[in-house]
Design a protein around this ligand. Structure first.
Ligand SMILES: [Zn+2]
Length: 161
């Protein structure tokens, strides 16, 4: 899997990762830095410890999550979106997603987009993006949810999508 690439390539990588997790939920991050976009899949630890639950829930493996967050600390990298998949279910936030996203009513990751991928019969179908506005989650167009962070300049010749 490429480390560097455009948004389209990163989304394709994320789609492959959630297909590979099927029939369980897959999860990960979409990151942006001066090299462009990339997907960073993270293991859904429920697949290992509670597979029946992993069909409708995800929990990022803590070690991998710490790796991602440490890399963000070190470099000028943005966590633009967290993604997960809904196997054989619509790409809309569940009650569990809302509780996990904002356990006390405010989002754990302010400004980060929630991207949900519908995977039907093992094949990725679509992404839908949601963002937090005025204490509720609202659907936004993909290009709004995955806008290039304005404070990071991509190198010359890199084409934004
Ligand atoms: Zn969900």
């Amino acid at each position: 899997m490429t480390e560097i690439g455009s948004l389209r390539r990163a989304l394709a990588d994320a789609a492959l990762a959630v297909e590979a997790a099927y029939p369980y939920e897959g999860c990960g991050w979409l990151l942006y830095d001066r090299h462009g976009w990339r997907a960073r899949p993270v293991r859904n630890r429920l697949i290992d410890i509670a597979p029946a639950r992993a069909r409708r829930r995800f929990e990022m493996a803590p070690g991998e999550l710490i790796e991602v967050l440490s890399a963000v600390d070190r470099a000028d990298t943005r966590l633009v979106a967290v993604y997960h998949s809904h196997p054989d279910a619509p790409a809309l936030p569940s009650a569990a997603d809302l509780r996990a996203w904002a356990p006390s009513g405010t989002p754990l990751y302010p400004g980060v987009t929630m991207l949900i991928g519908e995977v039907g019969a093992g094949r990725w179908q679509r992404w839908r993006a949601h963002r937090w506005f005025d204490s509720r989650l609202a659907e936004v167009a993909i290009e709004v949810g995955l806008a290039v962070p304005e404070d990071i300049r991509a190198p010359a010749g890199y084409h934004r999508e």
